[in-house]
Design a protein around this ligand. Structure first.
Ligand code: FES
Length: 117
């Protein structure tokens, strides 16, 4: 069921960077990549690293712990040591804010890794 919430201000997430938003205990990395915003779980599938603290490179974010890369569009791990997907969430911009539908995660649910390709 959709559950849109207001997260961070657009101006607080510069292009090419990510910021973490705590949605009632669910940490979500808001990523600003190539002119669009994406939302993924702040939880690396390898060992729970804080993805939102990683460096971004185009449409990918690199876990700061062991440097696995994830596609912010799909949540898919594209390099080892991570595998599977992190959850992604629908995003829209309304006025000055990034809205995230935390009720509609894709690919995975928090704490579970799904291996679907
Ligand atoms: S915890 Fe993310 S690559 Fe190891």
């Amino acid at each position: 069921m959709a559950n849109w919430i207001k997260t961070l201000k657009v101006a607080d997430v510069p292009e090419g960077q990510a910021r973490v938003f705590d949605a009632n205990g669910t940490k979500i990395a808001i990523c600003h990549a190539e002119g669009s915003f994406y939302a993924i779980d702040d939880l690396c599938t390898h060992d729970g690293g804080p993805l939102g603290e990683g460096e971004m490179e185009g449409l990918f974010i690199q876990c700061p712990r062991h440097y696995a890369k994830f596609d912010v569009r799909t949540g898919k791990a594209v390099t080892l040591p991570a595998v599977g997907y992190v959850a992604t969430y629908p995003v829209q911009v309304e006025g000055d804010y990034v809205l995230v539908d935390i009720g509609s995660p894709t690919h995975a649910t928090k704490g579970k890794v799904q291996m679907t390709t």
